[in-house]
Design a protein around this ligand. Structure first.
Ligand SMILES: Nc1ncnc2c1ncn2[C@@H]1O[C@H](COP(=O)(O)OP(=O)(O)OP(=O)(O)O)[C@@H](O)[C@H]1O
Ligand SMILES: [Mg+2]
Length: 418
């Protein structure tokens, strides 16, 4: 195992290096089962250490209980560093470090456990510490992310250098001042920040810029940009990342796209596999719901068909009964009183017709020929049924698009709209 060492750097402070270091680590460890080490080398802010303050403090207690002195990357100054052969592996310095095991599977080396002023540490000591540490841990991890200090001072320069990292990701916001800062950084360290080993990652981009920006992504060494996302700010306030590996979100999707580009074809395939697997999990309840609604719609159609058949049957019976009654009356009149005057016969017809009409008020007849009241109730029921049918058809149409959709489509479809 030889880890790829990636330095997260920036020209200006606050561009999002620390959050991205934590997020990349969490995604690779939790979703892809990679072994990831993140190192806080930011002497100015100790941002990664502060983000995991609780875990760091817990580790300090554990170490002290075991009579160890907890040491972060900037706590090694007491160890005699003279004469340490930089490329000798493994080196004793690394074993002095107290590693924090985070819940998401990522390992963290804090800047310091004692919150000393890390900016006073001699750069030579820092380099001669960091280099053997990186060499040592390369053998144990898949990825090592170095959260560097913003700007161009010596700590950042060392973290970005060939001596420490394989690749550098310059995290920047999308504005002219940040762009000028990046150009300045590239100018200052042109030997280290060569196009071959340097990536640009635009973070906190407004969504409308992300869309237009994606057009020229392929031509420059730009990573897929990360949009500005309120969830990141909310999560950061709770010392968390905005990743959601259970049901996904737009931020997770953006991070996946960035990592696909940063880590090459093999990891891209693993990410796609993971996304397909997740999509499968998301699709299951959608499919279930689809089937349920489809059954309900089918039930409505069958009910309607059944009603139509019953109505047709009733109509036939009514017609038959009327025909029978008229015919028998005819026969009756001519059989019983063939000599009656025509007016008498008509009168007889009229009174028997009236009697028949009165009979229709009986329950049996109202079943055969529904009354006005039962008519209007049936109309209301029918209307309700048509409305339900329209609702079901619309819902099924939306779910139809989702039940076979990929991870991205599912995430981008507003859950409430389907
Ligand atoms: N994609 C994003 N959308 C919205 N806010 C973000 C995003 N990424 C980072 N932020 C916010 O930006 C702020 C700075 O982030 P972070 O500390 O990671 O930057 P940094 O580059 O490490 O800063 P420093 O140079 O001070 O170490 C935080 O408040 C964080 O919530
Ligand atoms: Mg930071």
């Amino acid at each position: 195992m030889t880890a790829k060492v990636i330095c997260m750097a920036s020209a200006k402070g606050g561009s999002g290096k620390t959050v991205l270091t934590a997020t990349f680590g969490a995604f690779l460890a939790s979703a892809l089962n990679k072994k990831v080490l993140i190192i806080d080398t930011d002497a100015a802010t100790n941002g990664l250490t502060l983000m995991h303050l609780k875990e760091v403090m817990n580790q300090a207690v554990i170490a002290k209980d075991k009579k160890r002195t907890p040491r972060g990357i900037y706590n090694l100054e007491n160890i005699p560093l003279d004469n340490i052969p930089l490329d000798n592996i493994p080196l004793p310095t690394a074993s002095y470090l107290e590693i924090v095991k985070l819940n998401n599977g990522v390992d963290l080396i804090p800047a310091t456990y004692e919150f000393l002023n890390t900016e006073n540490i001699d750069a030579k000591d820092y380099l001669s510490t960091l280099k053997p540490v990186i060499s040592h841990f390369r053998q144990m991890y898949d990825y090592i992310f170095v959260d560097a200090q913003a700007g161009s001072d010596i700590y950042a320069q060392i973290a970005m250098s060939h001596a420490i990292s394989d690749e550098v990701v310059i995290v920047s916001e999308y504005d002219p001042m940040s762009a000028a800062g990046v150009e300045r950084l590239k100018g200052l360290f042109h030997d280290d920040l060569t196009p071959m080993r340097t990536w640009m990652l635009l973070n906190k981009m407004l969504p409308e810029f992300v869309r237009s920006f994606s057009d020229f992504l392929e031509v420059a060494r730009y990573l897929s940009p990360i949009p500005w996302d309120a969830d990141v700010v909310r999560a950061y306030a709770r010392r968390k990342t905005a990743l959601n590996l259970n049901v996904g979100n737009e931020y997770t999707l953006a991070v996946m796209k960035t990592l696909r580009m940063l880590l090459g074809e093999e990891v891209a395939q693993e990410i796609d596999l993971w996304a397909n697997h997740r999509a499968d999990v998301f699709r299951r309840p959608i499919k279930d719901q689809y089937e349920k609604l489809e059954q309900e719609l089918e039930h409505i159609f069958m009910e309607r068909k059944r009603r139509e058949i019953t109505n047709a049957k009733r109509e036939t019976i009514v017609k038959f009964v009327l025909l029978l009654v008229s015919a028998s009356m005819f026969v009756f009149i001519y059989a019983v009183a063939p000599d009656y005057p025509i007016i008498g016969k008509m009168l007889f017809f009229a009174t028997s017709g009236l009697t028949l009409l009165l009979f229709t008020k009986l329950p049996f007849f109202s079943w055969l020929a529904p009354t006005h009241e039962s008519d209007s109730k049936e109309e209301t029921d029918k209307l309700r049924e048509y409305r339900r049918q329209a609702y079901l058809e619309e819902k099924l149409r939306k779910l139809e698009a989702l039940k076979d959709a990929d991870f991205e489509t599912i995430i981008k479809t507003d859950n409430n709209s389907a």
